[in-house]
Ligand binder design. Sequence first.
Ligand SMILES: Cc1cc2nc3c(=O)[nH]c(=O)nc-3n(C[C@H](O)[C@H](O)[C@H](O)COP(=O)(O)OP(=O)(O)OC[C@H]3O[C@@H](n4cnc5c(N)ncnc54)[C@H](O)[C@@H]3O)c2cc1C
Length: 498
Amino acid sequence: MPPSSIAIIGGGIAGLSSAFYLSRRFPQAAITLFEKSSREGGWINSRRVDVKDGHGNRAQMLLEAGPRTLRSNSGAVLELINLLDLRSSLITTPKTSPAAKHQFLQIPGRPGLTRLPSSLFSLLSLPYASSALVPSILLEAVRPSNKPKGQDDESLGAFLTRRFGAKFERLFGSALVHGIYAADSRMLSTKAAFPMLLEAEKRGNGSLVWGMLRGREKVGLFAGYDVGEVRTLVDNASIFSFFDGMESIPKALKSYLNTAQNVTIKTGVDVNGLRPTTNSEDIEVILGNGETLNASHVVSAIPLPELSKLTSSAPADVLPHLKANPLSSVTVINVVFPPSTRPIHPLGFGYLVPRPAGGYAVPSSGFLGTVFDSCALAAQDTGASGFTKLTVMLGGPHLLTQAHTRMENVLAQLQHHLAPINHLQKGARLPWPVYYEATEHKACIPLLTVGHVGRMNEMKAALKGGPWKGRLEVVGAGVGGVSVGDCVEAGRNVGKDW
Ligand SMILES: Cc1cc2nc3c(=O)[nH]c(=O)nc-3n(C[C@H](O)[C@H](O)[C@H](O)COP(=O)(O)OP(=O)(O)OC[C@H]3O[C@@H](n4cnc5c(N)ncnc54)[C@H](O)[C@@H]3O)c2cc1C
């Protein structure tokens, strides 16, 4: 029997995407989405601020507190952009632009930035030839396959150490994981977070370098997705966003859902219990205000530890592994500098900061990385040109104190990182920002620890059988991947077996 009534819990991108696709797949079903806060979008949060300097220059800067960019490899996101008609507001960063080609590392304890190679060819040039990079990569290419037999999963840290050595893992692997997961690479599951590396290892008969040189089969990447001309628009883009930022997607989803006959969005309403009913196949949804309603099917699009609270009333209904993964916390600091004759930072996407040699227990700047937003997405800003916006990310596995996020300290760190590589004259200081804002995101990114894929398969099996009878589906960042693309893809697939 197709669903007659569907309750969706959570109005982040996973919940909104679920509502969008379910409303089209089951036009006869009454769909209600419950979001406990007053706004939809979850971690996606874009805003425009007015800034001015002491010389009368004014601008309106688009700032992101959460995700800021998308990649063109997600068919689900491209399809959503096409179906929601967001094409005209797309802003792309061409693959040939400095923001696409130049990335940097800030190695703790050293001033300045180290540029990362943009291609295998540039790897052969100095200064890389003398760095940890080249020997590790050359050795990897000739190292025999060393994947432990029968091992189902390992941390990204263990994987990269096994193939490239410990120094490479700390400098490059840990920095990469800081940039995407705000986490410790030694805890993150390779299978869950970087399955493409395992595929490359297989393609290269044990060598990641050979596997990557052989390349991935790209044919049919978007087969089955209604991407229209969006594919052409983002084809040559390394990353993209929208004129009004990432929140353009949840806002467009909300507008679509508000006009759909079969969908109701209830903000400011939290769900605090879920129970399979005993006398029917329905699921009882208990709201924070004490009301209850029965739904024939339910989608949970909230963090897994939250769902565990909702299902904890009857031991038989408890789902396994909901509390297995910790969540990382991140402080995002948006900074806008006034126009200046000297550039604030080198041209590029930004820089990442690897794990300190002494680990996370040693005192550190707390920096995970900094994004040079003006370089990649300047077209989002209007008014006077010349203002520079960047975003500093702190926290994750680092222990943060309030002192870490004070602007004086952040500026001192930026000075240490940016001054030597920049054209700043000796002794010159970075200007005081015309705008800055720190946002603390507690428990915002699930850390998919080793064994995650196996645990999620067990959870899905428990949902199919037992008291839930396949009528509860669980999606969101904590299940199948944390990127916006992963969350939209999950929403697109929800209810396919109903
Ligand atoms: C700082 C930061 C930067 C990021 N950068 C990028 C990026 O550049 N690119 C990218 O692709 N991804 C990025 N991500 C990841 C991505 O943004 C998130 O993983 C994704 O938005 C999560 O969406 P979600 O719907 O699963 O969860 P959420 O956004 O957490 O939404 C869940 C919603 O459920 C609601 N809720 C919770 N409990 C209840 C309840 N009991 N009843 C009702 N409602 C409830 C919450 O209020 C929330 O609105 C970033 C994440 C962060 C935090």
